[in-house]
Design a protein around this ligand. Sequence first.
Ligand code: ADP
Ligand code: MG
Ligand code: ZN
Length: 629
Amino acid sequence: MVKVLLGIVLSQAIGLAAPLTAPAMAQKASLSYSELIQKTKKEEVERVEINDIQKTAKVYLKNSARRDANGAKQDQPIEVTLFTDSNTELLTTLQDFKVPVEVKNNAESAAAMGMLMQLLIVMFLIGGLMLILKRSANAPGGPGQAMSFGKSRARFQMDAKTGVMFEDVAGIEEAKEELQEVVTFLKQPEKFTTVGAKIPKGVLLIGPPGTGKTLLAKAIAGEAGVPFFSISGSEFVEMFVGVGASRVRDLFKKAKENAPCIIFIDEIDAVGRQRGVGIGGGNDEREQTLNQMLTEMDGFEGNSGVIVIAATNRADVLDQALLRPGRFDRQINVDLPTFSGRLGILEVHAKTKKIAEGVSMEAIARRTPGFSGADLANLLNEAAILTARRRLEEVTMQEVEDAIDRITIGLSMNPLLDSKKKRMTAYHEVGHALLTTLLPHADDLNKVTIIPRSGGIEGFSQTVPNEDTIDSGLYTRAWMMDKIRVLMGGRAADVEIFGEDEMDSGATSDIKKVTQIARQMVTQLGMSSLGPLALEGAGDMFARGGGGGGQGDYSEAIAEMIDNEVRAIATSCYEDARRMVRENRELMDALVEMLLDRETVEGAEFREMVQVYQERQKVARPVLTNVGR
Ligand code: ADP
Ligand code: MG
Ligand code: ZN
């Protein structure tokens, strides 16, 4: 294939060259190659310029001979096309008759020169390609040559001292405890080797992004006082086959020279996927890299003092070979932090910031379920930036609140002018807010606002988990049902107040969340009349609804039952929500007026207003009933 390609390139080059010289030649008298030799022998030639690139010779005839067959005088040199590179016959003849010869390499035509350059580049590229192809064919274990190729572009980092300690990592106490042992392996291997224990070679950290996996690995190196070598799996996956494998070799070689030390491989799933699966079958490069990694890990003797730590958020796709004993046989889950974990992480990052006295880390931790450690670090940083922008001395709760909204919802925009749209938004949001306040198992309202946010958000009503759920992390069926009712509260208000025709797309994400929760209740949590069955894994929760269709391992009949159950939950909660909006219409109107006026209402104030109203109703009702009788 390479040869064919080369042929095409060459013929193209020639094709290009021809039009350059042909017209020029046409105007001049021409001479054939043999005629030139003859003329030389007749001593009619004064001098000759040979153009090596265009393969032509310019022939200057002697004065006496400057006449052509018709007797016309020839002032111009005559061009002769040469056929071979060497032109030995011509050259020797010219020499014999002492004709001065000038050989020009840089042709007068710059175009010809440029073309030559192009040709050279193309040939160079092809040469390189052939070299690489040859190398990869030569086997993965590869000869020394390939190694130097990879070496010159080695891309792992070495950190002699990471400076990170365990105290910098918070909220993942179990993982820390397990890893404490690894520190001891590195610091006092004798402790283990004297009793014949083999030190583990690999530790796999599994968890979502931003949970502190990299930080943990650095902390191990920091605590043990050993160097930290790191590379990301995605850096292995290169264009050229064999480069990744050679990088692995380099990395392990360097590490062994610096033992005891830590090798950290981030995103190991990029190379460590199950071999031979995925789109388009296997990936040669990745497989070779993975094989090399396995070889290296098997290769170093039990106690060489090198411990490999790898991180991934997709342990399920990893090749089983990686998880075998003697490789990454220790697996540690690093999950999103719980409430107390978030509190710990916030405290770590608050140390470096000036935080005002009234700011409660507990309150922030309560406001941030689902935040990773990285999110929390970012949150405090955003709050500090806002503080600086507002020219304040210390970060107050206001900055933290604003930073949370900015991260979770978007930048706040200018309030809308009074309009029907604004009023509709207010009813929608008060619908959510009122239901979350009234329903016994729902989360607490944090605030409700109709100040729009970037990304097309017209307003929102925000809740915080209450103490019951936050500590246990467990959610009851009652909580879920109330959550669905609250989510339906927005649409319920739209329809009750403005009528069916005024439903709008603003409830899209509410409805999507409702469907997710309801489906989870039916297919994973056994919370429907279908019974306690796990019908879908957590991963393929949306496989069917998302249009995958029929991929669950249950029959079509069950699929239909699932759909019916999900619908039953959603519609009954919707009906409940509408009833509540209807029954509290007067209260809603009052709340909407307040919200339109103030644009943002805090949870506490909202609750107070609801309570005051309810007290009034209680007082009013007996009187009314008395009158009625
Ligand atoms: P991962 O490697 O899991 O994606 P990182 O370790 O890179 O996450 O975390 C990014 C940053 O987030 C860290 O540098 C640190 O500032 C912060 N962070 C994450 N988890 C924690 C934690 N458990 N304790 C303290 N800080 C954390
Ligand atoms: Mg990381
Ligand atoms: Zn809504």
